[in-house]
Structures are given as C-alpha cells and as structure tokens.
Design a protein around this ligand. Structure first.
Ligand SMILES: Nc1ncnc2c1ncn2[C@@H]1O[C@H](COP(=O)(O)OP(=O)(O)OP(=O)(O)O)[C@@H](O)[C@H]1O
Length: 230
C-alpha cells in the first residue's frame, strides 16, 4: 500500500533520516518504536510532506507521491494525526471534523460512521475543541483524519497524556480500522505494551535508521523492549 525507498531528510545541516526503506501492507498495523529524538516524528512529517525530504521515494498504491504537497497527499489517501493532536481549540467538534474535509470537493459529507467509532463526539458536536479532555481531543484528531476516507493512517503517539480507559478505546478503534476496514495504520508509540498489543509489523529506529524490523508477534522473542532500554 505504502512503499518507502531510501528516504533521507535534513534539518539544515543535520542529517536526520538516513536511508529508510520499508513497506506497509493493507489491513496491517505497523508500529514504529525508538527512543526520543531518533526521528520518528520527522519520518511521519516526511511521509505527509510537512517537511521536505532530500532523497528517496514514497509510493502510495502504486503512485509516486514524493513530490506532492501535503493536501495532495491527503487527496491521494494519507491521513495524519500529529503529535499533540493540534485540535482547533476555538472551533466546535463539528467544525474540527469539517476541517478534515478541507482537501475534498465542497459539500463532501462527513462519513456517519465517525460517530459510531467515537460516540463521545456525537454527544459533543457543538462543544469547542479546547473544552474537551485530552482523550476526547485525541479521538477528535483521529476522527478528523478519517473524515476524507484515507487508505493509510499515520498516528504520532496517540496515547501521550491519555487516561488508560481511553487508551483501550483508541486501541480498539485502531484494530478495527486495520483488521476490519483494511487500512494500513502506522503507529509511532513510546508505550511498549500498547505497541506490542497492536503491532502486526514493527520497525525499530535508532539515529535516523531502521535497525530492526519484524512481525509484531515476535517482538518479545526479538528482544525489542530490551533494545529500547539501551
Ligand atoms: N524543526 C527542527 N529543526 C531542527 N532539528 C529538528 C527539528 N525537529 C526535530 N529536530 C531534530 O531531529 C531529530 C529527530 O526528532 P524527532 O522529533 O523526529 O524525533 P522523535 O523520534 O519523534 O522523538 P520524540 O519521541 O521525542 O518525539 C532530533 O534530534 C531533533 O532535535
């Protein structure tokens, strides 16, 4: 579904991503693990076109999207939930969801199943985003990314600062989207147990490179938790 080949990225003179190559399959959750500062967020921003890459290619469903701008990548089928959620605090829940359709033709409706996935948003349609709890904002950010019907969903640390019961809800939604709806999901995650529970595939990053990868079910046997602690 998404194929990344020899991707490099620089911030000024700092070489951050150093030749990443991997592929995502439809219907699978790929977890990206690594310590602070290894380049996980930069990788998601590079996939979205939020930062420019210096070398390599990104192919989505057979089309080269490497040179496309962010809104064109959304139209091509990428959805993005940034770290920190980036909800519009003064806009209502409905208005935040409508913003997710900004790259679509006018009058594109919101998919009604968004409210089935996140019933709490249904009850809070008119409430301002800034008045929601952290967990509700995270659900809103995921729903906003789902509004245009992406094929690939990129999630940057969705459990950060969220209560355990909401983490479980978010985990159930992510599994449903991948395993029942066929999306490719990329999950950048610091919380190892959550990552291990969801992963079909894992990628472990160190200093801008993928140093280990494998199937989610093998994470314990491969010693991924121990590698993260080094
Ligand atoms: N806008 C920027 N300008 C310059 N350097 C940056 C910028 N953003 C990030 N970096 C640097 O790029 C490297 C990778 O950062 P990145 O945020 O991608 O890491 P990360 O693995 O997502 O870390 P974390 O888990 O803390 O979010 C770090 O050394 C960081 O300091």
């Amino acid at each position: 579904m998404l194929k990344v080949d020899d991707l490099h990225q620089h911030y000024g003179g700092s070489h951050i991503l150093r030749g990443l190559s991997f592929a995502l399959q439809p219907g699978e959750i790929t977890v990206i693990l690594g310590r602070n500062g290894v380049g996980k967020t930069t990788l998601l921003k590079s996939l979205m076109g939020v930062v420019t890459t210096s070398r390599g290619s990104i192919t989505l469903a057979g089309s080269d999207i490497t040179k496309l701008r962010s809104h064109q990548r959304v139209r091509a089928g990428l959805g993005y939930v940034p770290q920190g959620r980036e909800i519009f605090g003064r806009l209502t829940v409905m208005e935040n969801l409508q913003m997710g359709l900004a790259s679509q033709p006018a009058s594109t409706p919101l998919p009604p199943e968004l409210f089935q996935l996140f019933p709490v948003l249904d009850q809070m349609r008119g409430r301002r985003g800034g008045d929601l709890s952290g967990g509700q904002q995270q659900q809103l950010a995921i729903a906003r990314a789902l509004a245009p019907g992406p094929k690939v969903l990129l999630l940057d640390e969705p459990t950060e600062g969220i209560q355990p019961n909401v983490i479980q809800d978010i985990g159930r939604v992510i599994k449903h989207l991948a395993h029942d709806k066929g999306l490719s999901v990329v999950l950048v995650e610091q919380f190892y147990d959550f990552a291990a529970e969801l992963a079909d595939q894992y990628l472990l990053m160190q200093r801008g490179e993928i140093v280990m990868c494998g199937r989610g079910k093998d994470m314990a046997a491969d010693g991924v938790r121990e590698r993260l602690a080094i």
